[in-house]
Design a protein around this ligand. Structure first.
Ligand code: ZN
Length: 65
């Protein structure tokens, strides 16, 4: 038997923050340095952004020590 490919199954991605699976067409995406990150919505994007900013601050504090 030949296995048929599901042609109409929407491609899904996992939200970078809450890891919920969302159709790629509904995902918000942000191009990072070398890859694209996906979010289910602006709430998760905001969370990620705040986290990133905090990490950057922490790194700078470590360097100045
Ligand atoms: Zn999310």
């Amino acid at each position: 038997m030949i296995e048929q490919k599901k042609l109409f199954e929407p491609e899904k991605v996992a939200c970078e923050v809450c890891l919920k699976e969302i159709p790629i067409s509904e995902a918000k995406n942000v191009k990072a340095t070398d890859y694209i990150m996906y979010y289910c919505g602006l709430d998760c994007y905001d969370k990620w952004k705040k986290q990133e900013e905090q990490e950057e601050q922490e790194e700078q504090e470590e360097k100045s020590d």
